[in-house]
Design a protein. Structure first.
Lengths: 110, 117
């Protein structure tokens, strides 16, 4: 069965700290991978995506993610977070269908 | 419009009432998806349309849930005899190509928050 696991449900960081949010999936076939972000009061927006090619993908607002096929992982990173990054982040995997993780709530202290 | 729109944004229903939630996808998008997002959870797949054809309804939780997209554009999700456990945000998403294809990202609407009393 296809599944997605996000390791951290809540993360609190100070501004300028580095961020890494974990995402692991299980699926035996070819996958497309996504990170979505939901800012307070707004709808889900695509942050970045991996379809093929370079496993290190860069998205908007300085975010990047690395697809490690052997580990079935697609972790999200940002070297220096800002207060405006406070949001909920969802990892999603499209294999047979698109499955979302439970989300990670990030709070960045100013 | 420029994005996916949904209406109403908020709906309060008494238990046992029927509700209808509307989704206007991005013009020209072939695929349309409905998701249910419970509090503190990620979106969970309900059903998928390719144009007017409902190709996957495996995520619908019961036969009280029904979705249609009769002309391949606007879609309606109907919930009959609502129960308290139906309280959630219902998200609609559309994508340009068919769901089975690669390079196919979904664009989400703002959702309808349904509260069943």
């Amino acid at each position: 069965a296809q599944s997605v696991s996000q390791h951290n449900h809540h993360v609190i960081l100070s501004e300028a700290a580095s961020l890494e949010l974990g995402c692991n999936y299980s699926y035996g076939g070819t996958v497309n991978l996504f990170w979505y972000v939901q800012y307070p009061g707004q709808h889900l927006q695509l942050l970045l995506k991996y379809f093929s090619g370079d496993p290190l993908v860069k998205g908007i607002k300085g975010f990047e993610a690395e697809f490690i096929k052997s580990k079935f992982s697609f972790n999200l990173r940002k070297p220096s977070v800002q207060w405006s990054d406070t949001a909920e982040y969802f990892c999603a995997v499209k294999g047979f269908k698109t499955i979302f993780g439970a989300g990670t709530r990030l709070f960045v202290k100013a | 419009g420029a994005g996916v729109s949904q209406s109403p944004r908020y709906k309060v229903a008494k238990r046992g009432q029927d509700v209808a939630l509307r989704c206007d996808p991005i013009s020209g998008h072939v695929s349309l998806f409905w998701y249910q997002q419970a509090l503190g959870q990620g979106p969970e797949f309900l059903t998928y349309f390719q144009n007017e054809a409902q190709l996957d309804k495996s995520g619908l939780p019961s036969d009280r849930f029904f979705a249609e997209r009769p002309e391949g554009s606007v879609s309606t999700l109907k919930i009959q005899r609502t129960q308290q456990e139906d309280s959630a945000v219902y998200l609609c998403a559309s994508s340009l190509r068919e769901a089975g294809g690669d390079y196919n990202e979904q664009f989400f609407g703002p959702g309808t928050r349904l509260t069943v009393l």
